[in-house]
Design a protein around this ligand. Structure first.
Ligand code: ZN
Length: 427
C-alpha cells in the first residue's frame, strides 16, 4: 500500500525532505523492510531509496539487520532488512488535563521509557506556575528514564483549547486561564528547559496517536472525535494532520447545528458542544431533577457520572437527554462524512463510557443523514484509550517534526545517538 503519493518534480530540497519522511515513516510502520519493500510502500525509485537509506544509516536512524552478526544471519534471513534505531533520539510528551498532568519520555518509535502522573488540577495554578511544574516534572521523568536533559530532542505539550501549534500560542485554554487570553506557552516553557517545545490541541494529539499506533495506521484520511469535557476533533488528510490556514481549525465542537440552540462556552449559540459536552448534559439534567451546584471539573464529572447511573437505572427523562446527545453528535458526524469522505471516524474520550446511552441514536443519525452514495462506507470506531496515550501522542508530535528535518539540524551534536537508556519499556 502506498503511504502517500511520492512527489517526483518541483523543489529538490522539499522533495528530499518529503521522501525522507515517507521512507522513515514506512520503516517505522512496517519494519523490518528491504529496500524493495520500501519501494512498494512509498512508490519511490530504487536509486532515490538507496541514496536516502544510505544517509539514514550513516545518521544512525535506521540499522540493517544482520550487520552486527547476529540473529538475522543465523536464522538465514536476508541481511539487508532495515529497522528503525529506536534509541537514535528521545523526546518528552506531556498532556495537561483538568485533573492531572501526565509526562512521558519515549524513544524514536514513541515507545514509553518512563512516565510520571501528577494528580493535580493545573487550572488552579496559572501559566507561569504550570511551566515551573512542568519543568520539574520533565526533569524528573528524564532522570527516571536514565537519560540527561541534553539527550532530549524536544518536548511536546498537549492541552484543550484554541491552540496555534505553529506559533506556540494558546488563544484560549481552560487549563491556562478561564478567559480567552493569548499565552505564549511554548516560549514560557522553553525559557525553563532550553529545549524545543511544541504546543498542540489535545484532540490533535489523539489523532497523532491514532496515526502512530492506533486505527489510523492503515488509512490516510480519518477523523478523530474527542467526546470529553468539551468536544474536539483531529483530522488527517492524505496522511498529514490538518490544522488549517491559521493552524487553529477543525473545531468540530463549535460547528453550529441549530442557530436557536443553547449558549456555548465559546460565547456563541447552537454549537455541537453546547448540546453534547459534560456541562450541556448537566444543564439539561437540571431541568428535570434537583442537583447540587458543580463548580469545578471534578464536581462536574461526578455529577455527570451520577446522571449516567440514573439514566441506566431507568430514568426516562435522563435517557432522553443522552438520546439527544447521540442524535446531535450523529448529525455532526454525518456532516463530516459528507464533506470529507473519510475512511474512518474514530470516537474517543472520557465520555465514551456512556456509549450504551448515546450510541443507538448516534448511529441512527449517522445512517439517516449520510449521503446515500457514502452510506455505510465510513467505518465508525469507538476507541477507549488509557491516559498515557495522550502523552505518547504529544511525544509523536515532536517525532513527526524530527522525521521531517535533516537530522543534523534536528538533534544537537552533543547527543550520542547510539547511547542506550538504562530503563526498559513501561508499557
Ligand atoms: Zn461554541
Amino acid at each position: 500500500m502506498l503511504t502517500k503519493p511520492a512527489i517526483k518534480g518541483g523543489d529538490t530540497e522539499l522533495i528530499k525532505v518529503i521522501n525522507r519522511f515517507n521512507i522513515l515513516d514506512a520503516v517505522r510502520r512496517f519494519e523490518p523492510l528491504s529496500r524493495a519493500d520500501i519501494g512498494k510502500h512509498t512508490g519511490l525509485s530504487r536509486s532515490t531509496i538507496s541514496g536516502i537509506v544510505a544517509g539514514l544509516l550513516q545518521e544512525g536512524l535506521v540499522c540493517e539487520e544482520g550487520v552486527d552478526g547476529s540473529a538475522a544471519a543465523t536464522r538465514g534471513r536476508p541481511t539487508n532488512l532495515l529497522r528503525l534505531n529506536p534509541n537514535a533520539a528521545f523526546v518528552v510528551g506531556a498532556k495537561l488535563a483538568m485533573h492531572q498532568v501526565i509526562i512521558v519520555v519515549t524513544n524514536l518509535r514513541a515507545e514509553p521509557l518512563a512516565q510520571l502522573v501528577l494528580p493535580i488540577r493545573p487550572w488552579r495554578l496559572g501559566p507561569e506556575a504550570i511551566a515551573t511544574l512542568l519543568d520539574d516534572g520533565i526533569r524528573a521523568v528524564i532522570t527516571r528514564a536514565g537519560l540527561m536533559l541534553d539527550q532530549i530532542a524536544g518536548v511536546g505539550i498537549g492541552l484543550p483549547g484554541f491552540i496555534d501549534s505553529e506559533e506556540g500560542i494558546s488563544y484560549w485554554s481552560p487549563i491556562l486561564a478561564a478567559d480567552p487570553i493569548a499565552v505564549r506557552f511554548s516560549d514560557m516553557l522553553r525559557q525553563h528547559l532550553d529545549l524545543p517545545v511544541t504546543l498542540e490541541n489535545d484532540a490533535n494529539l489523539l489523532a497523532l496517536a491514532e496515526r502512530w499506533f492506533g486505527h489510523g495506521q492503515d488509512v490516510d484520511n480519518f477523523v478523530v472525535i474527542l467526546i470529553d469535557a468539551g468536544i474536539g476533533m483531529g483530522l488527517f488528510i492524505n496522511g498529514d494532520l490538518y490544522r488549517g490556514h491559521h493552524h487553529i481549525g477543525t473545531e468540530f465542537g463549535h460547528s453550529k447545528i441549530d442557530r436557536h440552540g443553547p449558549r456555548c462556552r465559546c460565547g456563541q449559540n447552537g454549537c455541537i458542544e453546547a448540546f453534547t459536552a459534560d456541562y450541556a448534559i448537566l444543564r439539561e439534567a437540571r431541568k428535570v431533577m434537583d442537583m447540587p451546584p458543580a463548580d469545578d471539573e471534578a464536581a462536574v464529572a461526578a455529577a455527570v457520572e451520577n446522571v449516567i447511573r440514573m439514566a441506566r437505572g431507568g430514568n426516562e427523562k435522563l435517557q432522553e437527554i443522552f438520546k439527544n446527545v447521540g442524535e446531535i453528535l450523529g448529525l455532526g458526524i454525518a456532516n463530516l462524512i459528507n464533506i470529507l469522505d473519510p475512511a474512518k471516524v474514530i470516537l474517543s474520550g472520557t465520555n465514551m463510557h456512556a456509549m450504551d446511552l448515546i450510541g443507538p441514536s448516534l448511529h441512527a443519525a449517522v445512517a439517516g443523514s449520510t449521503l446515500s452514495v457514502l452510506k455505510g462506507r465510513c467505518e465508525i470506531i469507538l476507541h477507549d484509550w488509557n491516559d498515557e496515550v495522550w502523552a505518547r501522542g504529544a511525544a509523536s508530535l515532536v517525532l513527526e517534526g524530527l522525521y521531517r528535518k535533516p537530522w543534523s539540524s534536528a538533534v544537537g551534536a552533543t547527543i550520542e545517538i547510539t547511547q542506550q537508556p538504562n530503563t526498559t519499556r513501561v508499557s
